[in-house]
Design a protein around this ligand. Structure first.
Ligand code: NAP
Length: 300
């Protein structure tokens, strides 16, 4: 009987996004190892038959494909380059895929360290939120060697349903920042339009319906507008993480000498929101910055 060649996969970071991705990878039959800083989040994976590693190094050791899905560049650097980190455990011929939203320079550092171990690297941040991570319908924005991407495509198609090869290393990270620029601007525009409508004496539900019935409508406005009107700020994508991304956009703007005046203002609005709302709450709680400034609450 021929040998069935199934890659051993490690998923490092079982937050909102990493959890859904790891469940789909386990469900597809890949032998899975997981690691998470808060160990209790690995319990459900033990029940699924996954191995729980003691350290990122231990998770990476023996894995053919290592996926990291962590908050921000400092978390990625700590888990990759710190003591008992991923790079220490990465084997020759393995592929490290960072799905976290980071800046291109973090991706370049990871690629260089992976190369030093005889391994390959792809930056592959994702579009889509908790629901898409759970459904396996993420959009993957990949930077790195196309041949390496082809090798890991069957696995990536278990966590997403669209792969965009953006270019060489760091281009996936750059594309993701462009993508999230639109998300952040949209959320700010939504909050401002619902606040203006409310203060002008309009029903904010009517405002939302009018916007969504026109060319200006969007799935984001439908989803997050509904959450704002219901006062449902339960987290799908944390306020603190979109603020992190806005800061990464401004760094990218600086590095590429690109003026982003509106994004700078949006960044400050989200920065204020972090003071007025729970930074761990969903990013649609950006409305709470405007509510604090005006003393007006937007609701049904
Ligand atoms: P999350 O739920 O907050 O999970 C963050 C993960 O990073 C957790 O596993 C957390 O461990 C780990 N972590 C944070 N700091 C760490 C450190 N210093 N050392 C070790 N581990 C650390 O975030 P998420 O929503 O899954 O987002 C993950 C990444 O995907 C972020 O880069 C985010 O911007 C991006 N993203 C998110 C969404 C979304 O809709 N949520 C969509 C697209 C992209 P603990 O469990 O111990 O806290």
């Amino acid at each position: 009987m021929g040998r069935i060649n199934v890659e051993r996969v490690a998923v490092i970071g079982l937050g909102i996004m990493g959890r859904g991705m790891a469940i789909n990878i386990a469900g597809a039959g890949y032998p899975l190892t997981v690691w998470n800083r808060t160990r209790s989040k690995t319990d459900e994976f033990t029940k699924m038959g996954a191995r729980v590693a003691d350290t990122p190094k231990d998770a990476a050791a023996g894995a053919d494909i290592v996926i990291t899905m962590l908050s921000d560049p400092p978390a990625v650097e700590l888990v990759a380059f710190g003591r008992d980190g991923v790079i220490e455990g990465l084997g020759e011929g393995a592929v490290l895929i960072d799905c976290s939203t980071v800046d291109p320079s973090t991706s370049l550092k990871l690629a260089s360290a992976a190369k030093g171990k005889g391994a390959d690297f792809l930056d592959s941040p994702v579009g889509g939120s908790r629901d898409a991570a759970e459904a396996g319908t993420l959009v993957l924005m990949v930077g790195g060697d196309k041949a390496v991407l082809e090798k890991v495509k069957p696995l990536l198609m278990r966590v997403g349903n669209k792969i965009v090869h953006a270019g060489d290393t760091g281009k996936g990270a750059a594309l993701k920042l462009c993508f999230n620029l639109v998300i952040a601007h949209s959320a700010a525009a939504l909050a401002e339009t619902l606040m203006l409508g409310t203060r002008a004496g309009l029903d904010p539900g009517l405002v939302l319906d009018a916007v969504n019935s026109s060319i200006a409508g969007s799935r984001l406005y439908e989803w997050k507008g509904g959450c704002i009107l219901d006062r449902d700020f339960s987290t799908n994508f944390a306020l603190k993480l979109i603020h992190k991304d806005l800061n990464l956009m401004m760094s990218a703007a600086y590095a590429t000498n690109t003026p982003l005046p509106v994004t700078a203002a949006v960044k400050e609005l989200f920065g204020q929101a972090k003071s007025f709302a729970d930074p761990e709450s969903d990013y649609c709680s950006v409305i709470q910055a405007l509510e604090t400034l005006t003393g007006t609450v937007v609701k049904k």
